[in-house]
Design a protein around this ligand. Sequence first.
Ligand code: VGL
Ligand code: ZN
Length: 199
Amino acid sequence: MKTLLLIDIQNDFMPGGALAVSGGDEIIPLVNDLMPQFELIVATQDWHPADHGSFAASHPGKNIFDQITLDGLPQTLWPVHCVQNTGGALFAPGLDTRRISRVFTKGMNPLIDSYSGLHDNGHRASTGMGIWLRAQGVSELSIAGVATDYCVKFTVLDALAEGFKVNVLSSACRGVNLHPGDVDSALAEMQAAGAVLQV
Ligand code: VGL
Ligand code: ZN
């Protein structure tokens, strides 16, 4: 079952959004054009409560991009983004959602972030994606979306750890690059873990 997994193609990660990823909108026509090559299309949405612990605004005195410890785990603080049922959390305009069979939301627990579409950052809870994909007969995933150095990377690493073969559609990914080189390091890390990078 050729499966396309789209990561967090949501308004807040597009230019002008709360946590804008440079060039994030450029991937939309690319993923739309890729869709006919796949039998199954699945997506994730970052889906935070308004008081999520990954938001700098939830920690008086802290600033965006500060590093803190959140319930025992290292956490980068982000601008308020992808709040449940707000416009910023919607799929970006232009994304062809008609063939998305299933959407997995993540990041609902205010005490822990969830970059990966499969598990939260502490591997405390699962989104159910892995078991659902296996039940559909999926063994290989092609992954595109944002951000390469966060949610794409951690989804890819978790999918590999769960035994999926993973292709990263690198032309259809964009990253944050909070530190210069983060995107390139993320791609190298995914490849070293066994992902196949495809242009
Ligand atoms: C993401 C930071 C915070 C992502 C989500 O989609 O990569 N990054 N929340
Ligand atoms: Zn988030």
